[in-house]
Write a protein that binds this ligand. Structure first.
Ligand SMILES: Nc1nc2c(c(=O)[nH]1)N(C=O)[C@@H](CNc1ccc(C(=O)N[C@@H](CCC(=O)O)C(=O)O)cc1)CN2
Ligand SMILES: Nc1ncnc2c1ncn2[C@@H]1O[C@H](COP(=O)(O)OP(=O)(O)OP(=O)(O)O)[C@@H](O)[C@H]1O
Length: 187
């Protein structure tokens, strides 16, 4: 299927999930993540959930990371350039919802992309090759392109893989893993 079709299909599927189901599935995803060998690193980039879009609740992952004393990195989105700038999330960080309902830090300690070891990547759909479909503005493709090549990229999804995304671009950065409540896909 094409990215446009997949976006539509998976937005609809997500819109049908109750808040309780979202929390149950998000916890199952966090528990799956615990079985991966990814916990020896230092800097972890996590997206902060857009609740109105029924995204995965990343609070469980944030709790794991703070329990392990990891450096947690979160983004501010610039919708004029479709780029992300990254900041350390600390107890002192004030978060504010932006115009797209994304929680983001008001200010803080800036982190350069080459320090980031692991990125948890939001998505609407993904395929068996490790390609993903997001909201279509290329924020994550641009961000991941500026991380070091060894950075581990982990998609998080409520739903299982599609066979194939037809219209992938050369600029699409593939995932290393995609984790669902049921399974871990390694690419
Ligand atoms: N939590 C989270 N943060 C993220 C992303 C994400 O997918 N999830 N992004 C991943 O790249 C970037 C933001 N990307 C976005 C791109 C478009 C829209 C947007 O157009 N929203 C419209 C229409 C939504 C719709 O079509 O349903 C809106 O809210 O009105 C929102 C976020 C960076 N931060
Ligand atoms: N490294 C890059 N530099 C400049 N433009 C890029 C880069 N990567 C992707 N783009 C552009 O971003 C646009 C959106 O790409 P795509 O449809 O793959 O977004 P997406 O992955 O669904 O969304 P997102 O990354 O925001 O979740 C495309 O027009 C693409 O050309």
């Amino acid at each position: 299927m094409t990215k446009a079709t997949l976006r539509k299909t998976y937005k609809t599927l997500r819109s049908q999930l109750s808040d309780e189901t979202i929390d149950d599935l998000s916890l199952a995803i966090a528990n799956q993540l615990l079985t991966l060998s990814i916990w020896e690193y230092s800097f972890y980039h996590v997206f902060l959930s857009i609740e109105s879009q029924k995204e995965i609740n990343t609070d469980f992952i944030l709790n794991i990371l703070s329990g392990k004393d990891k450096n947690i990195v979160v983004s501010k989105s610039d919708f004029t350039t479709n780029t992300l700038t990254n900041f350390l999330l600390t107890d002192a960080t004030t978060l504010k919802l932006n115009a797209y309902n994304i929680p983001e830090p008001v200010d803080g300690i800036a982190i350069t992309n080459n320090n980031i070891d692991v990125v948890f990547v939001p998505l609407l759909a993904f395929d068996l090759q490790g390609h993903r479909v997001g909201y279509g503005k290329g924020f994550y493709d641009k961000f991941l392109a500026t991380c070091k090549p060894e950075t581990i990229k982990i998609g998080l999804s409520f739903f299982e893989a599609e066979t194939n995304i037809e219209d992938t671009l050369v600029t699409d950065i593939k995932l290393d893993y995609c984790v669902t409540p049921e399974k871990i896909y390694a690419f």
